[in-house]
Design a protein around this ligand. Structure first.
Ligand code: NAI
Length: 685
């Protein structure tokens, strides 16, 4: 019995069930129906004595069709397929290559034996999508690896490489040669036997081991509902009878898959895929890049160099200042030494990466580079001088990128004779860790230069988001609107610690005032000063931060900002002096303080982001509405499980959103520009 997605081939008395649903053999309803029919044939055809399940193309079932999770599930569902395998009376071998993830790995767990090609990855990533495995993964995996390890694997959603999976027991064998032939040989060996996980009990563990694994998983997973549910489900695998655990798991899966959190995480999954599609760049080949030069060995330069070394590029780090070059180079070497010490990198890999780094004070060496990423001081005149020098020294066809956070890319490109070769590559700190990369398109940037920026970004394992050249690009512009609104809130009656606590309770990694203290209040201060002459004098302006800076309170680095910092303490303490500054500012501006509750704080802060997102879309700075969500989540600590400001706005619905934005405009007063909510509501997937 064969369908378009699943065919049954025969090799003597062994059935080879081939899943063929390109590109990733996603476990759709059609695939499940085909599998069920094929297993039925295996069960009832007396000439067949065993079966192999294998994927056509580049992978086994790499995951489920996520679109299905938001809708009523179609029969047959995966648990029924696995039940059929268990009940077919003949051994079934799962032959894995590429990826066997989620439902794909659960299917393999329902078989008698798991053999994989080298390079395969296996795992149960469901928790990262706000759900739990729903087809026995939480019951069968613990029977292989024990409950504590299963908690770790299910809660982290880790993708495990074949060699490690073999060592853990997640796989029974790794094929040395042809996967299909070796799987067939396994199936022949197993004829007449069964070896189902349903029949096994999980290896024993102590209550302490279980408690420690649960506590670690809860901590790492920020106690999200899916993490809690996964721990509860895996706990059931301690019972000898698997049925109650399967029923409990399925019930939790069904409930979670329709939750707002799971929808938010699916939204982000599709947003990433939509964001990578650039019709205007279709068919545009990136230029080859092998040697990346990084100019400036400060905080960002060193981080960018590490990211590039990790991705296998050769890196040339260039400075003007010998001491800064020495410091930056040492920072890079220290990071590799630390990774080596923690066992996160082999000695050979560390040596190889450091060996790919060259440091130089000699600008003429830049002629060798295919791409230079400038990370010098944030000052337009300095950057223009630097780009004029780069123009003189870089070879024709080389790409000139700036890591500027705010400056006008076109003004920088204008200092060169080749603005088409100039783009922005805006990394986030720490640049070797943060996943976000804004790829900034200047007025003259050539398509293949943009395509190269995006390709390099992907090779650096970043999430490259294309943005237009506007003050603050996407992220800093939205963040600035959010911060401005939070300043309004303290002017109206809240205090920084209340605003921070409300937004941290919503899920931000840090509240805006704690963030401001950490980055230093002087950066924004300087920016406000530079904009003072052009600012609309009627626009609402909160001067509290200026007063703090004038008092020498520049944030953590000076021991005080919005908070007071004691040496050795992790966080800051609320400071009566700050209250005084705030109260004086209110009095000077004739504002009578009123109590603000946490709900209003969160609503206004998020609406400010939403409004700015609408403006960015209308201006064409952001290409897709959901790009704003990707930027805020991957660069600014917005809680992933809330889906981002645009997802949040869509959840409110059109009418409520229009009403809310009118309200935000009214409370924000003069200078507020209201965006058009309509551009946020068109979905990308
Ligand atoms: P930094 O002050 O730590 O490092 C700048 C380095 O550039 C210094 O080592 C300096 O000696 C060197 N430099 C200055 N002029 C030079 C020249 N003409 N030639 C060669 N080297 C020169 O600054 P940081 O924080 O690394 O920032 C660099 C750039 O990255 C800025 O444009 C900044 O806006 C941007 N950026 C910074 C972020 C941050 O969180 N620090 C985040 C994203 C972007």
């Amino acid at each position: 019995m064969s369908t378009a997605q699943v065919r049954l081939e025969r090799d003597g008395d062994i059935a080879v069930i081939v899943i063929d649903n390109p590109p990733i053999n996603a476990g759709s309803a059609a695939v499940r129906a085909g599998l069920l029919a094929a297993i039925d044939t295996v069960a009832h055809d007396g000439t067949l004595r065993a079966a192999v399940i294998i994927g056509a193309g580049t992978t086994f079932i790499a995951g489920s069709d996520l679109k299905e999770f938001g809708q009523p599930l179609q029969d047959p569902q995966l648990p029924a397929i696995i039940k059929a395998i268990e009940g077919c009376g003949k051994p079934v071998v799962a032959a894995l290559h590429g990826a066997a993830l989620g439902g794909g790995y659960e299917l393999a767990l329902g078989c008698d034996y798991r053999i994989a090609a080298p390079g395969t990855v296996v795992g149960l990533p469901e928790v990262t999508l706000g759900i739990i495995p729903g087809a026995g993964g939480t019951q069968r995996l613990p029977r292989l690896v024990g409950l504590p390890k299963a908690i770790d694997l299910v809660c982290s959603g880790e993708r495990v490489a074949a060699s490690e999976a073999l060592a853990l027991g997640m796989l029974d064998a790794i094929a040395a040669g042809d996967l299909r032939q070796e799987a067939l040989a396994c199936a022949r060996r197993l004829i007449g036997t069964r070896s189902l996980l349903r029949e096994r009990t999980a290896p024993a563990c102590t209550a302490e081991e279980l408690a420690a694994a649960s506590a670690a998983a809860l901590r790492a997973g920020r106690e999200r509902p899916a993490v809690r549910a996964a721990i509860e489900a895996v706990g059931q695998a301690a019972l000898a009878d698997m049925e109650p655990g399967l029923a409990a798991e399925r019930a939790m899966f069904q409930q979670l898959r329709l939750s707002v959190e799971a929808r938010a995480l699916r939204h982000l999954f599709f947003a990433e895929r939509a964001s990578a599609r650039h019709p205007a760049l279709a068919g545009v080949a990136p230029r080859p890049v092998e040697l990346i030069a990084v100019l400036g060995a400060g905080t960002m330069g060193a981080g960018i160099a590490i990211a590039a070394l990790d991705a296998g590029y050769r890196v040339l780090l260039v400075e003007q200042d010998p001491a800064a070059l020495e410091r930056g180079g040492n920072n890079i070497a220290d990071l590799y030494a630390d990774r080596l010490k923690r066992g996160r990198l082999s000695a050979e890999a560390a040596a190889q990466r450091l060996g790919s780094l060259e440091r130089s004070l000699d600008w003429s060496r830049l002629a060798e580079a295919d791409l230079v990423i400038e990370a010098v001081f944030e000052d337009l005149a300095v950057k223009q001088q630097v780009f004029a020098r780069l123009d003189a020294v870089m070879r024709p066809g080389a790409i000139l990128a700036s890591n500027t956070s705010y400056l006008d890319l076109d003004a920088i490109a204008g200092a060169t004779s080749r603005p088409g070769d100039v783009l922005g590559l805006h990394f986030f700190s720490p640049a070797n860790v943060m996943r976000l990369l804004e790829v900034v398109r200047g007025a003259a940037t050539a398509p293949e230069v943009l395509a190269t920026g995006l390709a390099v970004g992907r090779r650096l394992r970043k999430l490259p988001i294309l943005t237009g050249n506007a003050f603050g690009f996407i992220g800093n512009r939205v963040y600035a609107a959010y911060r401005r609104q939070c300043e309004f809130l303290i002017e109206e009656g809240a205090y920084p610690e209340q605003v921070d606590a409300a937004l941290e309770a919503f899920g931000f990694a840090m509240g805006p005032f704690a963030v401001a203290d950490m980055s230093g209040l002087d950066i924004a201060w300087r920016m406000r000063q530079s904009q003072a002459a052009t600012r609309d004098p009627r626009a609402r302006y909160v001067d509290i931060a200026d007063r703090l800076c004038e008092a020498g309170r520049l944030g953590r680095k000076t021991g005080a900002g919005y908070y007071r910092y004691q040496a050795g303490a992790r966080g800051g303490q609320p400071d009566p002096l700050v209250r005084e500054v705030i109260e004086q500012s209110r009095a000077a501006n004739g504002i009578a303080a009123r109590p603000l509750d946490d709900a209003e704080i969160v609503r206004r802060a998020l609406l400010a982001m939403v409004n700015e997102a609408a403006l960015l879309l209308a201006e064409g700075v952001a290409g897709h509405a959901a790009d704003v969500d990707l930027v805020l989540i991957n660069g600014y600590g917005f809680p992933r499980w809330e889906g981002g400001p645009v997802f949040w706005a869509r959840e409110r619905g059109r009418a409520a959103l229009e009403h809310d934005l009118d309200w935000l405009a009214a409370v924000s007063a003069a200078g507020f520009v209201r965006g058009d909510a309509a551009c946020l509501l068109a979905k990308e997937d």
